[in-house]
Design a binder for this molecule. Sequence first.
Ligand SMILES: C[S@@+](CC[C@H](N)C(=O)[O-])C[C@H]1O[C@@H](n2cnc3c(N)ncnc32)[C@H](O)[C@@H]1O
Length: 455
Amino acid sequence: MKRARPSKSRTRHAPGAETLAVAARAVHQVRNDGRSADVALEAAAERTDRAAVRAIALGTLRWYLRLEPALAPLLNRPLSELSPQLTALLVTAAHQVEYSRGAAEAQVHLAVDASRIVGEARASGMVNAVLRRFVASRAELLATVDADLSRRHAHPRWLVDALRASWGDRVEQILAANNQHPPMVLRVDPAQMHAEDFLRAWRAMGREANSLPWNADAVVLEHAASVQTLPGFDTGAVSVQDAGAQLAAPLLGAQPGMRVLDACAAPGGKTLHIAQRTPGLKDLLAVDDDALRLARVRENLQRAGRDAVLVTADLTDMPPSLAGERFDRILVDAPCSSTGVIRRHPDIKLLRRPGDIESFAATQARILATTFELLKPGGRLVYCTCSVMPAENQGVVAAFLAREPRAQAAAWPESLPRPPGLLDAPVGWQLLPGGDAGTDGFYYACLTHAAPSRP
Ligand SMILES: C[S@@+](CC[C@H](N)C(=O)[O-])C[C@H]1O[C@@H](n2cnc3c(N)ncnc32)[C@H](O)[C@@H]1O
């Protein structure tokens, strides 16, 4: 039988050039088309090298704002005059030179081949020359760039200024933590498995993980792993969830027989936690305005044999489908700038604009006002975000408390251990990236609905 010859396109380029080109395309789509990295990487989902594409693209997005200005002096014209695709390729290749284990010269060869793959063959000589000079002089180029704080940490200047205005001396801690590779953190459902059991099973597989002193259900893997390899993942005994996010359900403190609303629920990490923590709820409603994302809540719950009523609705106004409903507990995990999870989503640094914070805050205020109307007197509402911007956090909650006499701020529950490094905000609590708990950045506030006074 005749063997099919490898196609020319497979032999023409050095192995790895296509991986680099696909990663560069994803970087380009984030940088120039404003797509999220997850969406941009969907094109690579079926590729055998998808893990490598993802690692290169996310690494490049993490360091984009440090590498791009380091390359600029090597060009004989402003970067803005290059095609955006070519700039993305140069920065992606510079990332591989600076941050990958591969030999720098080999990365230059790959980039030259990749320039042909992305349709920039005419620029291949320039790519070669620029990257060779980058290899030769990157120490000096980066030293110059690193004199500037925002470039050293590869963050947009407006974000660094906003973080400094809010967090003063903690700004460097936050910026450095945002560039760390995030740990893979699991939540173990104690009704099915104890964290110790997971650790034993994981170590028996030759892997390492650690428990957290302040959260008996959390396990931090030493190295990230595919979820299919996790003992107990298939049955929902184990879920992937940052330890900061694991605080939402305990703060909510739902009890059997209660009606619970998970507002802004998709993809359902916290819905599942609520369902697993409190069997015997009277109702669990998961609401989100994105029907596609809401479908993932069902998938998440089904894995663990749980269920909830799913409602697609925009909560910036009272949806007719919920008007008149009352709940004992409401979780509002509001859409936000995601500035607390930059280590997991480095594309946030390139996607967010200064005006976004104000516009998120306006949406959050409306969602909080709508959902509070759905809270029973005596009920509890937990408002949270994965933002570190006070305007989206205590700003929203304090303004709401000031205009809503029925709402009161509640204290941290005595029965719940405080994570180390948890900061008391003027109202609510903040976890910062790089804080002692090692979590993502999160904000939480608990509100109660004052029961009507007796006549
Ligand atoms: C932070 S995410 C929620 C994460 C989720 N709670 C979890 O733990 O998996 C915020 C969610 O709010 C939804 N959302 C955004 N605007 C909304 C609105 N106006 N009404 C309802 N949901 C909204 C988004 O679609 C997104 O799924």
